[in-house]
Design a protein around this ligand. Sequence first.
Ligand code: WT7
Length: 683
Amino acid sequence: MALEPEREIEPTEAEIAVHWKEEEYYQPPASFIAQANLTDPSMYERFSLENFPECFKAYADLLDWYKYWHTTLDTSHPPFWRWFVGGQLNASHNCVDRHLPRYRNKTAIHFVPEPEDEPIHHMTYQELWMRVNEFAALLRDFAGVQKGDRVTIHMPMVAELPVAMLACARLGAIHSVVFGGFSGKACAERAADCGSKVLVTMDAYWRSGTLLDHKEKADIAVEEARKLGLQIEKVLIWQRYPGRYSSRTPLVEGRDFIVNDLLREYRHRTVEPVRVHAEDPLFLMYTSGSTGKPKGVQHSTGGYLAYVAGTAKYYQDIHPEDVYWCMADIGWITGHSYIVYGPLALGASTVVYEGTPTHPDAGRPWRIAEELGVNIFHTSPTAIRALRKAGPDEPKKYNHHFKHMTTVGEPIEPDVWRWYYQVVGKGEAVIVDTWWQTETGGFLCTTAPALHPMKPGSAGPGVLGIHPVIYDEDGHEIPAGSGRAGYLCIRNPWPGQMQTIWGDPDRYVRTYFAKFCKDPNSRDWRDWPYMAGDGAVQAADGYIRILGRIDDVINVAGHRLGTKEIENAALQVQEVAEAAVVAARDEIKGIMPELYVVLHPGHQPSEELKRRIIDTIAREISPIAKPRNVYVVPDMPKTRSGKIMRRILAAISNGREDVGDVTTLSNPEVVQAIKEIVKSGRA
Ligand code: WT7
């Protein structure tokens, strides 16, 4: 197998020595400790490397198994690890059916529509069970979906989305949820990659006060998928308002079907959950990498579900009586693991909020929390920054009380952390800063909420059974407390780890293992550390501080975008000859893309052209990918071998006078010209 690294990694933040001011510790409140799920420090010994991999039995035992597994971890085909081999289970049974005897009448999902005058729908476990059964029957008997088939779900944040996911899981079908904000074209690429013949969508949804037409994206998706060689046979359309079609687009005869109409035929139909093997895939989640093509991260049923149940229990501190709100989108991994699968596996009540956090004003989240009695709150630094900016004193006006709060997805500035702690959490809540990725299924680094003091800006140590290590460029371990940054890796496999990249196992090996694999012929997992793709530094206390991506990935407001994807979109504009995207620091979104383009000869820069480039990117990918600025430059800074030096552009975008070493450039004079263009563009 090819063991060439996927790309040459330019020295970036991962290698820059960092000198942080050490932040003060904050202690978890006694009231929290008194009720916490994880209070016994010896748990960390039970999950030590000496007890690996058997320690993860504790997580597997949080689930119901039809057939108990015989082998905890099979390492015979590294790095394609298999967890809980021999076991059989069903994820929909574990998230729904098994709770009925005790929690039939308890809310499983609180669906909060964006319009504030629309009632909240409190869907009980009984109702969730019925809806999942009916939709599973429809998928199977009307759409022909069977175990192992892929089903693309392109839906907004509504209760029907988890219903659709769990219905797939009930059949042993593999769902691939595409973030609702993504374009029809982005949806098509993902559907085509995994050969999904069924598309589940919704006619419309509310976002920032507007009822957006969503079904129009399905028409584009089918058309674009056809160009890529995939015939989407059935488009199943939920109605945002049952009984009323809220899209301007016509229904295509024989292809488009209104789910709410079809369901009349499936009322009260039940479907026996299909028993799947622990290693059968539960879902695909496409994420950006360093090439233009998003990769289909494949997660297993048994390992994944056990891992999210365990981490949700110990790190989110979810008890069945909690009201838990993760204000993320189910279209990202955070929503899969910590809106749907983790909380529902534990029998909690989970909130699904349709709209924007600041609609109609920055008090909205706190009103929702107050009304529903939310006691566990989970969001991203970008949302926290936006809420602080729009309503710094808003939380004080509401009588919400959190015991626990999470931040995820990007580094959080200590100052923003303190506002979250003091104003949002009123000094009563414990905070966990959880570091992880689409690929990892669940949390990898965070403090244990009742055991470890919090340190603003640092994620914390590895979680139970996760053993992080930081390597330098040559694979030497960088000791904790040295102040030196390096490549954050995990020494050992874990049950929530992705299984492979759909259709591209070589890329899986190259991307995550090639750089630090100690022996490609070894079957010992110790030789196969997982490379996360983040730069990090570990303090003397073992806490890990994440510095950011070391590859060509930009983390905009916690949404992962590949620079190549944005560049490819910009290149669709015919005047554009070359495009380079870099990450620029942004006050609210943490990081935003900035785009540099070189035009074909004979074309002049204009505002109209810049607008067209931006619109093309929004259309090709999503409005979240829009660059903050587009700079038309005479030439890109290039190495003698013709490689664009994005590092130099990034330095300019971030206002750094010193752009670093330019001696390897074939055209060093262009740097000054670009600097001037950027300066005047800003003025
Ligand atoms: C990348 C993964 C994890 C779910 C949401 C994003 C960054 C994630 C943190 C954190 C600093 C973080 C990393 C990582 N990241 N959590 N607590 N502190 N950075 O999932 O889209 O797969 O992105 O998000 O750069 O590699 P994702």
